[in-house]
Design a protein around this ligand. Structure first.
Ligand code: AMP
Ligand code: MG
Length: 410
């Protein structure tokens, strides 16, 4: 199965988890709205000046005649009276336009000001044709009662600002998705174990750590689980148990067809395997299915494969489970700064570094030997280079699609 087909299969099957929480807006970043949100008040809530100037009555404004300055209106300090014929009020951006006024004369139009005999200040304006009123009417941005945000919307800093401005303080969001993360393999030890305590053949379990970090920005409740031993019965018991209390399980390792690989067959035996094996490099042995009500991804164990498949398949799936919509993969054209070796058959995602050259063109180089065990291929990388399955090796200067990591990790 090709990546696009696998993604389409996931998107067709997965949907938001059921259940919501009522939480303060201050805790809602990254969550997804469970209900439409209505504006509690209009914005602006009063007619507001869009500029610094003088509030006047258009009807009797005549540049030839000076106006009496009767007061001022600052943001947060409205002028309490009414503007009548021959009056003007000094006004600033965001301040309430006083009753009676319907036009702001920009302060740049001031020609002179003088104090008359009775002590009142009078303003002379330069001759000009008043154009706009420079007044923001009530509800010019948002109207009270209007839906400012539909259900199923990811709450970004931008959207949260708009909700705060419209008087929203508590919000119904989709509950967190419960995600259980397993590593599997008898060779694995906890990171932090002193290197001299590793027996021959043992390595650190980096995948559980990586996956936990990749989940950080998503609205999930991470449930770290005991590592799976390379034992068929132990794998079955642990998966069945975890499936009872999680919405999604992510395992890594043990999903190929070696003698110690039990994940794929166990999903098939305990539940339903939707697909197993992808036309993808790295990431070929990936399995996806469900056990009871719980979805499960069996990710390959090689750390690069775990990361690439997480980014391309697990993350968008989680965005759906969390109640949102995964954005399309962002692809950008770039010219190869190095040749790329590839055998036609599987689509490949190599780790690359792109930068702008002196002509403003994007140039991309791979990060060396692309072995899927080599986490070091990610060091310095800022994109994945996409090599379609039908393509062979590509010479320097070929145009390729790159997937910026800034987007995949966002
Ligand atoms: P497997 O599919 O279980 O044979 O794993 C493939 C390769 O990935 C082996 O070299 C494993 O040692 C390695 N591997 C599996 N799981 C992890 C993990 N959690 N952290 C680091 N390497 C792993
Ligand atoms: Mg293994």
């Amino acid at each position: 199965m090709d990546l696009e087909k696998a993604r389409a299969t996931l998107f067709a099957q997965l949907g938001s988890v059921k259940g919501s929480e009522h939480i303060p807006l201050t805790q809602a970043l990254g969550r997804v709205t469970a209900e439409p949100i209505y504006a509690q008040l209009s914005l602006p809530p009063f007619p507001a000046s869009a500029m610094d100037g003088y509030a006047v009555r258009r009807k009797d404004f005549d540049e030839a005649k000076p106006l009496r300055l009767i007061g001022q209106s600052l943001a947060g300090h409205p002028y309490p009276g009414t503007v009548t014929a021959g009056d003007c009020v000094r006004i600033f951006t965001g301040a309430v336009v006083p009753d009676g006024a319907d036009l702001i004369i920009l302060q740049e139009r001031l020609a002179a000001s003088a104090v008359s005999n009775d002590g009142t200040e009078v303003i002379h304006f330069a001759e000009h044709e008043p154009d706009e009123a420079f007044i923001r009417p009530i509800g010019n941005d948002i109207e009270q009662g209007q839906i400012i945000c539909p259900a199923g919307e990811l709450l970004t800093p931008l959207l949260l600002g708009s909700l705060a401005s419209a008087g929203v303080s508590m919000i119904h969001v989709v509950r967190k998705v419960r995600v259980g993360v397993f590593s599997s393999g008898d060779e694995l030890r906890d990171p932090g174990t002193p290197p001299e305590e590793l027996a021959l053949g043992q390595i650190y379990d980096s995948n559980a750590f990586t996956v936990a970090n990749l989940l950080q920005r998503l609205p999930v409740e991470l449930i770290p689980l005991q590592r799976l031993a390379d034992d068929e019965q132990a794998v079955a018991t642990a998966l069945a148990d975890a499936a009872d209390s999680c919405d999604l399980l992510i395992t890594s390792g043990g999903v190929s067809v070696g003698d110690a690989d039990f994940i794929g067959a166990t999903i098939a035996r305990l539940g339903h395997l939707a697909f197993w094996k992808l036309n993808l490099k790295p990431g070929k042995p990936l399995a996806f299915g469900r056990i009871g009500q719980c979805w499960i991804f069996g990710l390959p164990g090689n750390p690069v494969s775990t990361i690439v498949t997480f980014l391309l398949l697990v993350k968008p799936s989680l965005q759906l489970l969390c109640g949102g919509r995964p954005p399309p993969l962002l692809r950008v054209n770039a010219k190869l700064a190095t040749q790329v070796l590839h055998t036609p058959g599987r689509a490949e995602y190599q780790r690359g570094i792109y930068r702008e050259d002196d002509n403003g063109e994007l140039r991309v180089a791979h990060t060396g030997d692309q072995g899927s065990n080599r986490l070091s291929t990610f060091s310095g990388a800022n994109c994945l280079i996409e090599i379609p399955k039908t393509t062979g090796s590509l010479p320097k200067d070929s145009v390729v699609s790159i997937l910026p990591l800034s987007d995949l990790l966002a």
